[in-house]
Design a protein around this ligand. Structure first.
Ligand code: 13P
Length: 278
Protein backbone atom coordinates (compact mmCIF):
# COMPACT_ATOMS: atom_id res chain seq x y z
CA UNK A 1 0.00 0.00 0.00
CA UNK A 2 2.06 2.99 -1.17
CA UNK A 3 0.11 5.65 0.77
CA UNK A 4 2.83 6.86 3.15
CA UNK A 5 3.31 9.57 5.79
CA UNK A 6 4.88 12.63 4.19
CA UNK A 7 7.67 12.56 6.76
CA UNK A 8 8.91 9.28 5.32
CA UNK A 9 9.38 10.89 1.89
CA UNK A 10 11.10 13.95 3.33
CA UNK A 11 13.52 11.82 5.37
CA UNK A 12 14.41 9.87 2.24
CA UNK A 13 14.86 13.10 0.27
CA UNK A 14 17.24 14.37 2.96
CA UNK A 15 19.40 11.26 2.58
CA UNK A 16 19.37 11.55 -1.20
CA UNK A 17 19.86 15.34 -1.26
CA UNK A 18 16.80 15.88 -3.43
CA UNK A 19 13.28 17.27 -3.01
CA UNK A 20 9.85 15.68 -3.25
CA UNK A 21 7.42 17.39 -5.62
CA UNK A 22 4.10 18.40 -4.05
CA UNK A 23 1.50 18.98 -6.74
CA UNK A 24 -1.85 20.65 -6.16
CA UNK A 25 -4.86 18.95 -7.72
CA UNK A 26 -8.44 20.04 -8.31
CA UNK A 27 -10.06 17.23 -10.27
CA UNK A 28 -9.62 13.66 -11.48
CA UNK A 29 -7.52 14.59 -14.51
CA UNK A 30 -5.01 16.35 -12.28
CA UNK A 31 -4.79 13.40 -9.88
CA UNK A 32 -4.27 11.03 -12.82
CA UNK A 33 -1.72 13.35 -14.44
CA UNK A 34 0.39 13.61 -11.27
CA UNK A 35 0.39 9.86 -10.74
CA UNK A 36 1.08 9.07 -14.38
CA UNK A 37 4.22 11.22 -14.30
CA UNK A 38 5.38 9.92 -10.90
CA UNK A 39 4.93 6.30 -11.97
CA UNK A 40 6.66 6.85 -15.31
CA UNK A 41 9.59 8.46 -13.51
CA UNK A 42 9.40 5.94 -10.69
CA UNK A 43 9.58 8.76 -8.14
CA UNK A 44 7.58 9.37 -4.95
CA UNK A 45 5.21 12.31 -5.01
CA UNK A 46 2.89 14.36 -2.81
CA UNK A 47 -0.73 14.95 -3.88
CA UNK A 48 -2.11 18.04 -2.21
CA UNK A 49 -5.09 20.35 -2.11
CA UNK A 50 -5.46 23.71 -0.35
CA UNK A 51 -8.47 24.50 1.84
CA UNK A 52 -9.28 27.56 -0.30
CA UNK A 53 -9.68 25.27 -3.33
CA UNK A 54 -12.38 23.19 -1.68
CA UNK A 55 -15.03 25.65 -2.85
CA UNK A 56 -14.60 24.34 -6.41
CA UNK A 57 -13.23 20.89 -5.53
CA UNK A 58 -15.07 19.64 -2.41
CA UNK A 59 -13.05 17.62 0.08
CA UNK A 60 -15.79 14.96 0.30
CA UNK A 61 -15.15 14.19 -3.39
CA UNK A 62 -11.45 14.94 -3.67
CA UNK A 63 -10.21 13.24 -0.51
CA UNK A 64 -11.44 9.69 -1.22
CA UNK A 65 -10.14 9.98 -4.79
CA UNK A 66 -6.70 11.25 -3.71
CA UNK A 67 -6.32 8.63 -0.97
CA UNK A 68 -7.50 5.83 -3.25
CA UNK A 69 -5.20 6.96 -6.08
CA UNK A 70 -2.27 6.91 -3.64
CA UNK A 71 -3.14 3.45 -2.36
CA UNK A 72 -3.28 2.09 -5.89
CA UNK A 73 -0.09 3.72 -7.14
CA UNK A 74 3.11 1.82 -7.88
CA UNK A 75 5.21 4.55 -6.22
CA UNK A 76 5.04 5.98 -2.70
CA UNK A 77 2.55 8.82 -2.40
CA UNK A 78 1.71 11.13 0.51
CA UNK A 79 -1.62 12.96 0.53
CA UNK A 80 -1.42 16.42 2.05
CA UNK A 81 -3.76 19.25 3.08
CA UNK A 82 -2.08 22.41 1.82
CA UNK A 83 -2.75 25.77 3.54
CA UNK A 84 -5.36 24.53 5.97
CA UNK A 85 -7.15 27.54 7.42
CA UNK A 86 -9.25 25.91 10.11
CA UNK A 87 -8.62 23.15 12.63
CA UNK A 88 -11.95 21.62 11.56
CA UNK A 89 -10.72 21.17 7.99
CA UNK A 90 -7.43 19.68 9.21
CA UNK A 91 -9.37 17.18 11.30
CA UNK A 92 -11.63 16.27 8.38
CA UNK A 93 -8.62 15.69 6.11
CA UNK A 94 -7.06 13.40 8.74
CA UNK A 95 -10.31 11.48 9.05
CA UNK A 96 -10.29 10.94 5.28
CA UNK A 97 -6.81 9.43 5.57
CA UNK A 98 -4.53 12.30 4.54
CA UNK A 99 -1.03 11.45 5.67
CA UNK A 100 0.02 15.05 6.13
CA UNK A 101 -1.57 18.36 7.05
CA UNK A 102 -0.61 22.01 7.08
CA UNK A 103 -2.38 24.64 9.09
CA UNK A 104 -1.22 27.99 7.78
CA UNK A 105 -1.25 30.40 10.69
CA UNK A 106 1.62 32.44 9.27
CA UNK A 107 -0.44 35.65 9.29
CA UNK A 108 -1.11 35.32 13.03
CA UNK A 109 1.24 36.70 15.71
CA UNK A 110 4.20 34.39 16.48
CA UNK A 111 2.85 32.98 19.76
CA UNK A 112 -0.59 32.35 18.30
CA UNK A 113 0.98 30.57 15.32
CA UNK A 114 2.89 28.41 17.81
CA UNK A 115 -0.12 27.50 19.93
CA UNK A 116 -2.41 26.56 17.03
CA UNK A 117 0.41 24.63 15.33
CA UNK A 118 1.00 22.68 18.55
CA UNK A 119 -2.67 21.75 18.57
CA UNK A 120 -2.41 20.50 14.98
CA UNK A 121 0.81 18.58 15.67
CA UNK A 122 -0.91 16.72 18.52
CA UNK A 123 -4.00 16.03 16.40
CA UNK A 124 -1.97 14.75 13.41
CA UNK A 125 0.18 12.56 15.67
CA UNK A 126 -2.92 10.64 16.72
CA UNK A 127 -3.32 9.63 13.05
CA UNK A 128 0.40 9.00 12.47
CA UNK A 129 0.35 11.95 10.07
CA UNK A 130 2.98 14.58 9.33
CA UNK A 131 2.59 18.30 10.08
CA UNK A 132 3.83 21.25 8.04
CA UNK A 133 3.65 24.87 9.20
CA UNK A 134 4.77 28.20 7.77
CA UNK A 135 6.74 31.02 9.33
CA UNK A 136 7.24 34.36 7.63
CA UNK A 137 4.94 35.40 4.80
CA UNK A 138 5.03 33.87 1.31
CA UNK A 139 3.84 36.46 -1.23
CA UNK A 140 0.86 36.36 -3.57
CA UNK A 141 -2.09 34.25 -2.53
CA UNK A 142 -3.19 30.64 -2.52
CA UNK A 143 -6.71 30.70 -3.86
CA UNK A 144 -8.03 34.00 -2.57
CA UNK A 145 -7.89 37.54 -3.85
CA UNK A 146 -5.71 38.98 -1.09
CA UNK A 147 -2.13 39.71 -2.06
CA UNK A 148 0.29 39.24 0.79
CA UNK A 149 3.50 41.21 1.14
CA UNK A 150 6.56 38.97 1.43
CA UNK A 151 8.17 38.84 4.87
CA UNK A 152 11.25 36.65 4.94
CA UNK A 153 11.48 34.03 7.68
CA UNK A 154 13.66 35.03 10.63
CA UNK A 155 16.17 32.16 11.14
CA UNK A 156 16.26 32.51 14.95
CA UNK A 157 12.49 32.62 15.19
CA UNK A 158 12.35 29.58 12.90
CA UNK A 159 14.55 27.64 15.32
CA UNK A 160 12.37 28.61 18.29
CA UNK A 161 9.20 27.84 16.30
CA UNK A 162 10.30 24.33 15.33
CA UNK A 163 11.53 23.54 18.84
CA UNK A 164 8.37 24.77 20.56
CA UNK A 165 5.87 23.22 18.14
CA UNK A 166 7.59 19.94 17.23
CA UNK A 167 6.44 20.45 13.63
CA UNK A 168 7.83 17.97 11.04
CA UNK A 169 8.40 20.38 8.13
CA UNK A 170 8.69 24.14 7.90
CA UNK A 171 7.64 26.28 4.92
CA UNK A 172 9.96 29.26 4.60
CA UNK A 173 9.54 32.69 3.07
CA UNK A 174 12.66 33.72 1.15
CA UNK A 175 11.18 35.99 -1.51
CA UNK A 176 8.93 33.29 -2.99
CA UNK A 177 5.27 33.92 -3.87
CA UNK A 178 2.24 31.98 -5.03
CA UNK A 179 1.05 32.41 -8.61
CA UNK A 180 2.89 33.40 -11.78
CA UNK A 181 5.86 35.71 -11.11
CA UNK A 182 5.91 38.85 -13.30
CA UNK A 183 9.72 38.46 -13.41
CA UNK A 184 12.03 35.78 -12.03
CA UNK A 185 11.98 36.26 -8.22
CA UNK A 186 15.12 37.12 -6.31
CA UNK A 187 15.29 34.36 -3.75
CA UNK A 188 17.19 35.09 -0.53
CA UNK A 189 19.45 32.05 -0.50
CA UNK A 190 21.53 33.71 2.24
CA UNK A 191 18.49 33.57 4.54
CA UNK A 192 17.72 29.99 3.49
CA UNK A 193 21.28 29.01 4.40
CA UNK A 194 20.91 30.59 7.86
CA UNK A 195 17.57 28.84 8.41
CA UNK A 196 19.16 25.55 7.38
CA UNK A 197 21.90 26.07 9.96
CA UNK A 198 19.49 26.78 12.82
CA UNK A 199 16.55 24.48 12.03
CA UNK A 200 16.72 20.70 12.17
CA UNK A 201 13.51 19.71 10.32
CA UNK A 202 13.08 19.49 6.52
CA UNK A 203 12.29 22.79 4.78
CA UNK A 204 9.52 23.45 2.27
CA UNK A 205 9.47 25.88 -0.66
CA UNK A 206 6.08 27.23 -1.72
CA UNK A 207 5.42 29.18 -4.91
CA UNK A 208 7.39 26.87 -7.19
CA UNK A 209 5.66 27.95 -10.40
CA UNK A 210 8.01 30.03 -12.53
CA UNK A 211 11.23 29.44 -10.60
CA UNK A 212 14.26 28.57 -12.71
CA UNK A 213 15.96 25.17 -12.76
CA UNK A 214 19.00 26.83 -11.18
CA UNK A 215 16.89 28.21 -8.32
CA UNK A 216 15.33 24.80 -7.68
CA UNK A 217 18.73 23.11 -7.59
CA UNK A 218 20.25 25.79 -5.37
CA UNK A 219 17.29 25.60 -2.97
CA UNK A 220 17.66 21.80 -2.79
CA UNK A 221 21.38 22.15 -2.10
CA UNK A 222 20.43 24.38 0.85
CA UNK A 223 18.00 21.92 2.44
CA UNK A 224 14.66 22.34 0.66
CA UNK A 225 13.02 18.88 0.71
CA UNK A 226 9.48 19.62 -0.54
CA UNK A 227 8.61 21.94 -3.41
CA UNK A 228 5.01 23.04 -4.05
CA UNK A 229 3.71 23.47 -7.58
CA UNK A 230 0.12 24.62 -8.14
CA UNK A 231 -0.36 27.34 -10.76
CA UNK A 232 1.81 25.60 -13.37
CA UNK A 233 -0.34 22.47 -13.11
CA UNK A 234 -3.65 24.32 -13.32
CA UNK A 235 -2.29 26.26 -16.32
CA UNK A 236 -1.01 23.06 -17.95
CA UNK A 237 -4.47 21.52 -17.74
CA UNK A 238 -6.25 24.64 -19.02
CA UNK A 239 -3.78 25.11 -21.89
CA UNK A 240 -4.01 21.46 -22.94
CA UNK A 241 -7.81 21.74 -22.99
CA UNK A 242 -7.71 24.98 -24.96
CA UNK A 243 -5.31 23.51 -27.50
CA UNK A 244 -7.44 20.41 -27.99
CA UNK A 245 -10.70 22.35 -28.31
CA UNK A 246 -9.19 24.87 -30.72
CA UNK A 247 -8.01 22.08 -33.00
CA UNK A 248 -11.21 20.07 -33.44
CA UNK A 249 -14.71 20.67 -34.80
CA UNK A 250 -16.43 17.98 -32.77
CA UNK A 251 -15.05 17.91 -29.22
CA UNK A 252 -15.02 14.54 -27.56
CA UNK A 253 -15.09 14.40 -23.75
CA UNK A 254 -12.89 11.32 -23.50
CA UNK A 255 -10.22 12.80 -25.75
CA UNK A 256 -10.46 16.09 -23.85
CA UNK A 257 -9.96 14.27 -20.56
CA UNK A 258 -6.92 12.44 -21.92
CA UNK A 259 -5.40 15.70 -23.18
CA UNK A 260 -5.83 17.29 -19.75
CA UNK A 261 -4.16 14.31 -18.05
CA UNK A 262 -1.31 14.50 -20.55
CA UNK A 263 -0.88 18.25 -20.06
CA UNK A 264 -0.65 17.87 -16.28
CA UNK A 265 1.63 14.83 -16.51
CA UNK A 266 4.09 16.67 -18.78
CA UNK A 267 4.35 19.57 -16.34
CA UNK A 268 4.76 17.25 -13.34
CA UNK A 269 7.39 15.12 -15.12
CA UNK A 270 9.46 18.22 -15.97
CA UNK A 271 9.50 19.28 -12.32
CA UNK A 272 10.14 15.78 -10.97
CA UNK A 273 13.20 15.54 -13.20
CA UNK A 274 14.70 18.69 -11.66
CA UNK A 275 13.67 17.83 -8.10
CA UNK A 276 15.34 14.40 -8.32
CA UNK A 277 18.63 16.32 -8.53
CA UNK A 278 20.13 13.68 -10.83
P1 13P B 1 2.41 28.12 -7.13
O1 13P B 1 0.97 28.25 -7.47
O2 13P B 1 3.15 29.41 -7.29
O3 13P B 1 3.08 27.00 -7.83
O4 13P B 1 2.50 27.82 -5.55
C1 13P B 1 2.14 26.57 -5.10
C2 13P B 1 2.10 26.53 -3.63
O5 13P B 1 3.00 26.97 -2.96
C3 13P B 1 0.93 25.90 -3.01
O6 13P B 1 0.96 25.99 -1.64
Amino acid sequence: MPLVPMKELLTRAEKQNCAVGAFSVGNMEMVRGVLRAAQEKNQPVILQIAEKRLASSPLALMAPMMVSAAKNASVDVAVHLDHGLTVACVKEALQYGFTSVMLDASLLPFDENISITKEVVAMAAAYGATTEAELGVVGGNEGDTAKHEIQCTDPQKAKEFVERTGVDALAVAIGNAHGNYPVLPELRFDILQQIRQTVSCPLVLHGGTGMSDFQFRKAISLGIRKINIATASFDALANAAQKYLAGCDTPDYFQLSEEMVRGVAANVARHLQIFSNR
